[in-house]
Design a protein around this ligand. Sequence first.
Ligand SMILES: [Cu+2]
Length: 146
Amino acid sequence: MLKIFAILSLSAILVLTGCAQQSTGLQIKIEDAWARPSAGVDMNGAIYFQIVNDGKEADKLISAYTPSAQAAEVHESMADDNGVMSMTPRENVEVSAGGEVEFKPGGLHIMLVDLKQPLAVGDEVSLTLRFEKAGEIVLNVKVREP
Ligand SMILES: [Cu+2]
């Protein structure tokens, strides 16, 4: 009986700290998420969205996960002086307090490495984004034409 009581009060504490965290005004929203269809034999995909930070503290996107591919990586595409595109992995992406960061073709994206199945228009992909402070945000992302 004592043990049960201990567990109950522990979960009460967890709920309370959850509330306390929210009251600091930390709020991350993901808007307009979409995935591009995969093309032919290229079994990589890409997901785009906008991160909106309505909170009073900066936060960082630190990792991504999807069950639909071997890996989900945060990448940034860039053109060099000759206009040749390349992409580099980003360790994290900071979103300033009250700020927005756009993931879009030719820029930041979530790369789906080694898709388990091709992505066609109308399909849905589950994507989990992990933020340093806001924790995990799970999205259902629709595949559509760019
Ligand atoms: Cu990429």
